[in-house]
Design a protein around this ligand. Structure first.
Ligand code: NAD
Length: 239
């Protein structure tokens, strides 16, 4: 029996699947992750990416923050790949209850997924820090320098920067879904960004599957580990 056969069998037996993913889910859509070969951590900038994506950098170097953010984090033309599409299909078929993602790109929703917990927020929500007026991502992308509201306030993307807390309601919803799941598929994540990565520990069932190009700290606990492309793997699953 191949690993794909085993994955198919587990999916066939499950009715409350939860998918937990990260930046690796969107690399096949052309968005670089952080820690792969071509990832943002291997590129050279004046400051490390963790610094540029931190709350204190946003406050102290706002213009440079937006330069990096526009250049590297806002990929508005990216389209969902086979992984996003199959997960949306599984939800439509009533087999998958939630997607929990560390991604901020909105591609799961673009593929049709409805119940998505965005642990780190979304580039598609932006708001004025002074009057809270909301702005679309295009407003940030098409502007120059620091995006400014009609009231004069700075517009901030609703993404969780380093040093910022995760939204408690989003965490609570994700934990509930993972606790109730009868299968947890973890994919495209190095599981190294906390507290997000810790949420997978709420799964206590016997169908824990990892689909990732490189090893993760959870491999030893998994019932099935597939070391390859998440898009190509999920594309081979039939409903
Ligand atoms: P990461 O960069 O730390 O790890 C990505 C993992 O995915 C690696 O282990 C890599 O081997 C694997 N991977 C890459 N492409 C893959 C593929 N096609 N198939 C299977 N595996 C693949 O990403 P992370 O764990 O999500 O953590 C970093 C942070 O990155 C998150 O907090 C997230 O908010 C942020 N981020 C998001 C985006 C996005 O929204 N698309 C992009 C870059 C970074």
């Amino acid at each position: 029996m191949t690993d794909i056969d085993r994955l198919q069998e587990m999916i066939d037996k499950s009715g409350k699947i939860v998918f937990f993913g990260g930046a690796g889910v969107s690399t096949e859509s052309g968005i670089p992750d952080f820690r792969s070969e071509g990832g943002l951590y291997r590129q050279h900038y004046k400051y490390p990416p963790e610094t540029m994506l931190s709350h204190s950098f946003f406050e102290s170097h706002t213009e440079e923050f937006f330069e990096f953010y526009r250049d590297k984090m806002l990929c508005l033309t990216a389209q969902p790949n086979e992984a996003h599409k199959k997960l949306a299909e599984l939800e439509r078929a009533g087999k998958l209850t939630a997607v929990v993602t560390q991604n901020i790109d909105g591609l799961h929703q673009k593929a049709g997924s409805k119940n998505v917990f965005e642990l780190h927020g979304s580039v598609h929500r932006n708001y004025c820090l002074r009057c809270h007026k909301r702005y679309p991502a295009e407003f940030i992308l098409n502007g120059r320098g620091i995006p400014t509201c009609s009231c004069g306030g700075v517009i901030k993307p609703d993404v969780v920067l380093y040093e910022e807390n995760l939204d408690q309601r989003t965490i609570a919803g994700a934990v509930k879904a993972i606790e109730k799941a009868d299968m947890l598929i973890v994919g495209g994540t190095s599981l190294s960004v906390y507290p997000a990565a810790g949420l997978v520990n709420y799964y206590t069932g016997s169908r824990l599957v990892l689909i990732n190009r490189s090893p993760t700290p959870l491999d030893g606990n998994a019932d099935l580990v597939i070391g390859g492309s998440i898009g190509q793997t999920l594309a081979r699953i039939h409903l």
